[in-house]
Design a protein. Structure first.
Length: 353
């Protein structure tokens, strides 16, 4: 048995893990003590009580007499009314600040935007603070988008390079082996030719697997013909290679997507199909790509397999299935929403953008 020495809040590679909500980050101190509103209200109340007490002493109020008792009661009522009015005024002025803090508590670091609307008439200082926070979150979101696009471009460029190397170099080497086997077989005896034939069959199988892998890394149809053609090509290959009953419906009037969006939709579909083939033990699969609203699309891949085994939510730093993680990360790159619903009757993967 081995024990992990990875510090809390870090991955095995030493990178710091940032939770989706900053309040879940163990490295950030928890707020302690009373709220700012409570502290200001308490200080103001003490000032009011001290002022009334000082005024009573200065006036030499004698509560032993009826006149002194009457004055004391009037002063007490005035003190309570003043404290109440002060509390109401403070509550009204602090409410926009508390709303802003509550909105920040619910900011998703993966999609940094404020979700709560402010009061109609917040104080000028709070309005400026909110504007500054919104500007900061907008800059963070813009930088995240730029980095996401760069990551996606780098991933696809590396895939294209690997696919090209496999096709142009390794495949040529295997072709050379096939030719050499054919030449050797011409002068060999019957038993040797039979064995060379077996080697040739294995080499042909390796070439087919190599071409399939090269296509999966960077399908030419995606670059040349677009998303719909690439998906249809992949589904035809799936029908030829497996016993799955495959149905698909790809709408003809899909909105125009950016190159990054097309790549993400294809990669998510590719991973979902791979999960069906490798893990679902399904007999039927359906893929739908439909128009969503005026500018979006909805991808749905469903099967009738055994579903994803139920498990608890991963702890910070714990890895879920690499394929599911890859789909979530790719969806995030183009601000898409990924939903995975699973039961004993099958799994449905939906990508909405």
């Amino acid at each position: 048995m081995t024990t992990s020495s990875v510090p809390p809040g870090q991955s095995a590679a030493g990178k710091r893990i940032v939770p989706r909500n900053w309040r879940d980050d163990p490295s950030i101190g928890r707020p302690s003590g009373a709220s700012l509103f409570s502290q200001v209200l308490a200080v103001n109340t003490l000032i009011i009580v001290a002022t009334v007490f000082t005024a009573s002493v200065a006036a030499q109020m004698d509560i032993g007499t009826s006149q002194g008792m009457e004055g004391f009661l009037i002063a007490s009522v005035a003190m309570l009314v003043t404290a109440l009015v002060n509390g109401l005024v403070l509550r009204r002025r602090f409410r926009p600040l508390e709303q802003l803090i509550a909105a920040l508590d619910h900011v998703d670091l993966e999609r940094p935007v404020l979700v709560a609307e402010p009061d109609a008439d917040p104080p000028a200082d709070v309005a400026r603070l909110r504007a500054a926070v919104e500007e900061m979150l907008a800059r963070l979101d813009l930088e995240r988008r730029r980095r996401a696009s760069a990551v996606l471009d780098a991933q696809e460029a590396e895939r294209a390079r690997l696919a090209r190397d496999l096709h142009d170099e390794v495949n040529q080497s295997l072709t050379g082996i096939m030719l050499r086997l054919s030449i050797i077989a011409t002068d060999a005896d019957e038993e040797t030719r039979e064995r060379l034939g077996e080697v040739r069959d294995l080499t042909e199988q390796a070439m087919r697997e190599l071409l399939r892998l090269s296509h999966d890394l960077r399908p030419t149809a995606l670059d040349d013909l677009g998303l719909s053609a690439a998906l249809e090509t992949r589904l035809r290959q799936l029908e030829a290679e497996t016993d799955l009953e495959v149905q698909h419906h790809i709408h003809a009037d899909l909105p125009e997507l950016t190159s990054d969006q097309q790549t993400v939709v294809f990669r998510v579909a590719q991973e979902a199909i791979s999960n069906v083939v490798q893990h679902a033990e399904a007999s039927h699969m359906r893929l739908t790509l439909a128009k969503r609203g005026t500018e979006g699309v909805l991808l749905q891949v469903s099967d009738d397999g055994r579903g994803i085994p139920a498990r608890k939510e991963p702890e910070p730093g714990e890895r879920e299935h690499a394929g599911l993680t890859g789909m979530r990360e790719r969806a995030l790159l183009v601000d898409a929403r990924l939903a995975i619903r699973s039961s004993s009757r099958g799994t449905v993967v939906e990508l909405a953008l």
